[in-house]
Design a binder for this molecule. Sequence first.
Ligand code: CUA
Length: 342
Amino acid sequence: MRNALHFIIVTILVILVTVGVYLGLTAIGLMPASASAQAIPIDWLFDLEVKLTAFFFALIMVPMFYSLFVFRRKKGETGDGEHMEGNTTLEISWTIIPLIIVIWLGIIGADNLRQVRTVDPQAVEIKVIAFQWNWQFEYPHGIITDTLYLPVNKQVWLKMESRDVLHSFWVPEFRIKQDVVPGRVEDYRVTPNLIGSYKVRCAELCGTSHSYMEKTVIVLSQADYDKWINEQTKIALIAQATADADPNPSSARGQVLYNNNGCKACHSLDGAKGIGPTWHGLFGSSVKLADGSEVIADVAYLTESIKFPNKKVVGGFSPGMPDFGLKDKQIADLVAFIKTVK
Ligand code: CUA
C-alpha cells in the first residue's frame, strides 16, 4: 500500500514537472517567427521533441530527488538496504519502450523531411551565388540584385552555387538551411507564407568576414512581386541594349557592376582598408606587389588583375579574390569606373 502511494505521488509530480518545463521552455520563445510552409511541419516536430524532452527530464529528475529526500537514511539507521536480484520485466520494458520511441521518431522524422522537400514543378527559379563574403541573386533577363525578392505563397527554387569556399544559406524564419558547396549546384526549395523582411545569413564559418555575410530577403505579395520583376526586366533590357550599342567603356555601367557583382564587399572607394585594396586614387598610382616589385595601375594591369586576380597580389593582402567570370566589355566598364574613383 505504501509503495502504491509513492508511485502515485511520483506520477503526479512527473506530470506537473513535465508541464512546467514545457511551458517554461516555450515561454522563452525558442523560435523566431515562422514564415514558410516548410516551417509548419518542422515546428510541429520541434514542439513534439520539446515535449518529449520535458517528459524525460521529469522522468529522471523527479524519482531521483524524490528518493534523495524520502528514502534517505534516518537517524539511527545503520543496517544495509534490502538486497535485490535483477528484474526481468523492468529490463525488458526499458529496452522495448525506448526502441519503439526511437523507431517512431525515425519514421515521423523521415515523413517530416518528405513534407519539407516536396517539389512543386511550377516553382519560381532564382539563382543564388555565394562568395566571400556576400550573396548575389540572379533573376531572368540578367537581373542581378543583392536583395532577395520572393513572392508569397509560391514555391521558390533557389539554385545555389559558391564561387570559392563552403557557405550556408540560412533564413531562420524559413527554418531550412542548406550548405552551398563549391563545384555543385545546391537546390533549396521554400514557400514563403508571410509577407515581410528577413535576413539571409551565412551559417558556415567561411573566413574573416563570415559574420558580415548577410543580406535582406523581402517577401512580397504576388502583385508587388510581379510589379518589381517587370520594372527590373525593363531596366535590364534597356541597359543591355545600351551597353551592346555603346562601343566605349562606361564608368556608370562599371559602378553598377561594382555595387551588384560583389566588388564593394572587399574594395572600398574612400581609402578604407578592406579585404582587398581600396580603389580610391588607385588608377595611375604606383602599386607595391607582394613580391616586392612595383607596377603602375594602368588599364592593362587592372584588366589583368580582374581576370587573373592572384597573378599579381598587392603587398599586405592575401591572394584569394575569386574569378567573377566577367566579360571583356564589363571589365572595361569596371576599369573606366576605377578611373573615376579619386
Ligand atoms: Cu559564407 Cu560564412
